[in-house]
Design a protein around this ligand. Structure first.
Ligand SMILES: [Zn+2]
Length: 423
């Protein structure tokens, strides 16, 4: 193996061994590793942002371009990972064992591979004397797996009010990170099991957590009490489940030319049911909790109309336990950024296919998109099974190494995207 690639693999293993798994991620250790690694790679002096949230430092590298007034390219990744049940793994989940050409560890796909690939690509270009036109901001943030409030949202000082003001065109200047205006962002994606196929995300589904309460008549369990809370809640649940079946049918419809993906449909899951204490007492209240995920093509009003319909019975009501801020889609059809993105992928792999989709779950990109920064979710994991958050999460060593070249091409093309001509 090429010495630079061996170094990259060794660094990847070391990063995987850094325990950033929830619920007690060691962010200080991760940032210390990244600083040392940046020095080893001869990168510009990294910055550690540790004043935003206590014990949640962030890592940044800035490469200033020749056109340093032009909005910069952001390369973002998150350093935290989810927990792992070691008993269910074939290899210890925090060792980074290489077996049969694959690296096994929590975070190999989600998403420590990307952090190392981006740093390798950037340092290799710089070592060849590359000077980008646009500046590059590389960030590695904490807490993505638990909502990003103390991570990307804190880095952006995100507020719903600012997002709404920007959406209304009342923009208080560009979105900045490390003092630089950000023009376009690359953040995490998912593996694609088909060889040569990359899944690329330009939006994601918004999670709504809903509480439904039914109230009704109470009485002795021996009688036919009318209008009970339980009957009403079950009526509601049946409507929600019928809708769920319709959406599942849309997703699974075979031979359909629509070709729906999980990111294109609304998922509804009844996750909480609570009522009753004693067998012989009709409860006067019953509650349900739901997890509903909505694609960016569905307006929040549409979702409210659905819930209004399902709860249109006296004694039924709902509230949002969590309601996400805006959910926006990154425009790709006429975007010079997206054209450059596809050009870069094809420069690295001429036969590659980019499959544009809506991410089924939530990532840090939502904060960027909500502030109007175009963001693409992309991890260069073509021909890899989707193993994020799964037992035996792993990637092929060859996939890891080939991804470095993809980021070199992306950095080259995306930092050369010209400014729009003056009107
Ligand atoms: Zn992730």
């Amino acid at each position: 193996m090429d010495p630079a690639d061996s170094r990259a693999v060794a660094a990847f293993q070391k990063f995987l061994q850094t325990r950033t798994d929830h619920p007690a991620p060691d962010y200080a250790a991760a940032v210390a590793f990244l600083v040392e690694y940046a020095h080893e790679l001869g990168m510009p002096e990294p910055r550690v942002v540790d004043g935003l949230v206590a014990d949640k430092p962030m890592f940044q590298v800035v490469v200033v371009g020749t056109e340093n007034e032009a909005p910069a390219l952001l390369l973002n990744s998150h350093m935290d990972v989810v927990t792992a049940d070691a008993d269910a793994w074939d290899h210890p989940p925090f060792d980074g064992v290489i077996a049969d050409g694959r690296i096994y560890a929590r975070g190999t796909q989600d998403m420590k591979c990307v952090t190392i690939q981006q740093m390798e690509a950037l340092s290799r270009l710089l070592a060849r004397g590359w000077t980008p036109a646009r500046s590059v901001v590389l960030t590695v943030v904490p807490d993505e797996e638990i909502g990003g409030v103390d991570g990307m949202a804190a880095l952006l000082s995100f507020t719903v009010e600012e997002a709404a003001a920007r959406a209304a065109g009342e923009a208080p200047g560009p979105v900045t990170i490390a003092g630089l205006p950000i023009g376009f962002a690359l953040d995490e994606g998912l593996a694609n099991p088909t060889p040569g196929h990359y899944t690329v995300f330009n939006g994601e589904r918004a999670p709504f957590f809903v509480d439904v309460t039914a109230t009704g008549a109470t009485g002795h369990g021996s009688r036919f009490i009318e209008d009970t809370a339980m009957e009403k809640l079950i009526g509601f649940a049946n409507k929600a489940l019928a809708f769920r079946a319709e959406q599942a049918a849309k997703l699974h419809a075979s031979g359909s030319c629509e070709g729906k993906k999980l990111g294109d449909v609304i998922t509804v899951n009844l996750t909480i049911l609570r009522a009753g204490k004693l067998h012989n007492v009709i409860p006067s209240e019953a509650r349900a909790g739901l997890d509903i995920r909505v694609p960016p093509t569905v307006g929040y009003d549409e979702l409210r109309a659905l819930l209004d319909d399902w709860t249109a019975t006296d004694g039924l009501s709902y509230t949002f336990a969590y309601e996400p801020p805006l959910n926006s889609l990154t425009e790709t059809s006429s975007s010079p950024w997206y054209a450059a993105f596809e050009r870069a992928v094809h420069a690295a792999h001429p036969d590659a296919v980019c499959q544009l989709e809506v991410f089924p779950a939530a990532t840090d990109s939502r904060y960027l998109r909500a502030l109007g920064v175009p963001a693409i979710g992309f991890s260069p994991l073509a021909g890899e099974p989707i193993l994020l958050h799964d037992h035996n999460e792993s990637i092929a060593v060859s996939t890891f190494i080939s991804g470095i070249a993809v980021y070199e091409a992306l950095l080259t093309e995306l930092t050369a995207v010209p400014l729009p001509a003056p009107m």
